[in-house]
Design a protein around this ligand. Structure first.
Ligand SMILES: *Cc1c(COP(=O)(O)O)cnc(C)c1O
Length: 386
């Protein structure tokens, strides 16, 4: 095969995700896995039953329409109106994808030219760097720094160059739990308009804001025509294995994203699309209970980690708590996470793998709290042995 590497240079360095390594470690050691962000209880029974009914009654078992089934596109449009006051045409402004992951990939592959620069908050969600690389573009990190993890908007301005094409905004932010304020979003939107930038907004935690609420950047002046908003059923309905996501955007943007999407998966998750249409129409109490329940879990784990000696940055949203291990006499998050299963039977994720500026993330470690209370309590008991 010669000496040329098999993996092309765009993907070099994106070999395996930290989740594969840490989940394997969790299995091998029988540890509690607070690494990967998936709930350990399934979403609503009636929604699971709707998916089963769809399979058994033959709805969606064959290729659904490319843009997604009309029922789901209609339900996504209603959801955007109901929760955010945003009006989207289900026929031209909504696209169903294989989770938010495919929506992110399709948006970046469709909208970027090689050599374009993409500004994204770091720590990055792990698929961003790989997708930007696959598009041949360059990522430019705007570092969210402890203890506040707020974006420095002057720094953002200074990072914009003539090559900047796109801002990749994630709020609520994984892994820091930062929820952008209306003022921060307005400042970001102004820069996008001033420099004619596209925005891809990853909003998969839109319903997991513990105080106040999520503000979609697409709602701000001048943003509707330049923003691709992305969300997903995985986190909101606790069915991360279903991989049903969606894009809402102006028709030209949806058409661009659809062009890439149709050659990635073409379509996916036929019967689940029917069930997610039902889920999006659940009463307000469902969404309130989900949020209140996770807020309580956040506090359970945050208090326990603080008692165990971690510096805890209590998140405003998402499934995750970021901590600093320095007070435990530790410096290196990666080493710490590799040793933690052996030391106390708990798996966490070192935030440093989500940074280009590794110094900013070296001693930070992320724990997921989307787990049953019993699991969280046991994890707390174990880390207190440290
Ligand atoms: C989980 C997650 C995704 C992926 O969502 P899927 O619908 O499972 O593909 C995207 N972005 C962020 C920030 C996430 O945490």
């Amino acid at each position: 095969m010669g000496t040329r590497p098999l993996l092309n240079r765009r993907l070099a360095g994106h070999g395996t995700t930290i989740f594969a390594e840490m989940s394997a470690l969790a299995t091998a050691t029988g540890s509690i896995n607070l690494g990967q962000g998936f709930p350990d209880t399934d979403g609503p029974q009636e929604i699971a039953r709707a998916a089963a009914d769809a399979v058994l009654s033959g709805r969606g078992n064959q290729y659904p329409p490319g843009p997604g089934i009309p029922e789901l596109r209609q339900a996504v449009a209603e959801h955007q109106q109901r929760f955010h006051g945003l009006a989207y045409d289900p026929d031209t402004e909504v696209l169903v994808t294989a989770g938010a992951t495919e929506a992110i990939a399709a948006a970046l592959l469709a909208l970027l030219e090689p050599g374009d620069e993409v500004i994204a908050f770091e720590p990055f969600y792990d698929s961003y760097a790989a997708c930007i690389a696959m598009a041949g573009a360059t990522r430019v990190p705007l570092t969210l720094r402890a203890p506040s993890f707020r974006p420095d908007l002057d720094e953002l301005r200074s990072l914009i160059t003539p090559r900047t094409r796109l801002l990749l905004v994630n709020t609520p932010h994984n892994p820091t739990g930062t929820v952008l304020t209306p003022e921060e979003l307005a400042a970001i939107a102004e820069l996008a308009v001033e420099h004619d930038l596209l925005v891809v907004a990853d909003e998969v935690y839109e319903h997991l804001v513990f105080n106040g609420r999520h503000h979609p950047i697409a709602a701000l002046p001048g943003m509707r025509e330049r923003t691709v908003s992305i969300s997903s059923a995985g986190k909101t309905f606790s069915f991360t294995g279903w991989k049903v996501g969606w894009v809402t955007a102006a028709p030209a943007l949806v058409a661009a994203v659809r062009t890439a999407k149709q050659y990635l998966t073409y379509v996916s998750a036929g019967p689940f699309q029917y069930a997610v249409a039902d889920a999006l129409r659940l009463p307000g109490t469902y969404f309130e209970n989900l949020r209140d329940d996770l807020r309580r879990k956040r506090d359970l784990l945050a208090d326990g980690l603080a008692e165990a000696g971690f510096q805890v940055f209590r998140p405003e949203g998402t499934y995750f708590i970021t901590t600093d291990i320095t007070p435990l006499g530790e410096k290196d998050g990666l080493e710490f996470c590799r040793s933690l299963p052996g030391r106390c039977g708990v798996v966490a994720i070192p935030n440093v793998v989500f940074y280009d500026n590794t110094d900013a993330g070296r001693s930070l470690v992320r724990f997921a709290f989307c787990k049953t209370d019993a699991v969280l309590q046991e994890a707390v008991t174990r880390v207190r042995r440290l």
